[in-house]
Write a protein that binds this ligand. Structure first.
Ligand SMILES: C[S@@+](CC[C@H](N)C(=O)[O-])C[C@H]1O[C@@H](n2cnc3c(N)ncnc32)[C@H](O)[C@@H]1O
Length: 252
């Protein structure tokens, strides 16, 4: 996925989206500028934070993704290979976030709980955690559709394999094929990656937040325009966004 990720997501407005997320976080007292970006991919979810003075540590399970993040960020950012299921304690952060589906690659509520526990351990005093999860609408649309993106000399074909009526808590797959332009239906060299994601219900997410020693502060819904809305409406929103902090009665 790494070599085509930026092309495939070229239409995502990270500048605007991250700015809106920071505004939402400031309503909950965000202070300080130390960010841990978990599942950072090629760096799209932290690069816009650099000119705003943030000190960034970022990690991903994929070394290939991190190589591309390094090309964008140079030495300004600490980049580490890490599985969020066994997240090391990289330090104390004012903000820990995991953006754009990273959480949905976890395949059970137990895995979600482990990841959130690791993120919590990286929160400094007063630190905030923010993450998004795909809603059923995303699995019933994007994960059930065929999308073709043509860039440079490549054609990217996304084939959602989810049934139209995905049940809550389902695991859904999509196939992404990368082929030379004009080369459809498998002729020539085609590389294929399967995306496997789990849908998490709001109840599962809230239970995992609590079990990880965190307190949920806010929940938003967004559609593909990225504009934060409340309340979360799973019939019209493709993603939910959760903001949490460490429970006040718990030690670090
Ligand atoms: C859809 S990309 C999002 C990347 C980036 N946050 C962004 O907004 O562009 C999801 C990322 O999560 C990473 N990922 C998936 N499972 C992970 C895990 N268990 N631990 C760490 N990263 C993981 C993938 O390698 C991928 O880079």
């Amino acid at each position: 996925m790494a070599p085509v990720y930026d092309d495939f997501t070229a239409h995502h407005d990270y500048e605007g989206w991250l700015a809106d997320l920071v505004v939402a976080l400031e309503r909950h007292g965000l202070s300080g500028k130390r960010l841990l970006d978990v599942g950072c991919g090629t760096g799209k979810s932290f690069v816009p934070m650099l000119p705003r003075g943030w000190e960034v540590t970022a990690c991903d399970i994929s070394p290939a993704m991190l190589e591309l993040a390094r090309e964008k960020a140079g030495e300004a950012v600490r980049l580490e290979v890490a599985d969020m299921l066994d997240l090391p304690r990289f330090g104390e952060f004012d903000l820990v976030w995991a953006l754009d589906d990273a959480i949905n690659y976890l395949l059970s509520p137990e895995e979600l709980g482990r990841a959130l526990t690791g993120m919590r351990a990286n929160l400094g005093p007063g630190g905030l955690l923010l993450f998004d999860v795909n809603e059923l609408l995303a699995y019933r649309t994007f994960f059930a559709e065929r999308v073709v993106v043509e860039r440079d000399s490549r054609r990217l074909v996304w084939t959602g394999l989810a049934p139209p009526e995905v049940a809550p808590g389902s695991i859904c797959e999509s196939r992404l094929e990368v082929m030379p332009d004009g080369n459809d239906a498998g002729a020539g060299e085609v590389s294929t990656v399967i995306h496997r994601q789990r849908h998490f219900t709001e109840a599962e997410v809230l239970a995992a937040i609590e079990a990880a020693g965190l307190e949920c502060l806010d929940v938003y819904g967004i559609y593909t325009d990225g504009i934060l809305k409340q309340p979360l409406d799973v019939s019209t929103h493709t993603k939910a966004i959760y903001i949490a902090r460490r429970c006040r009665d718990q030690r670090p």
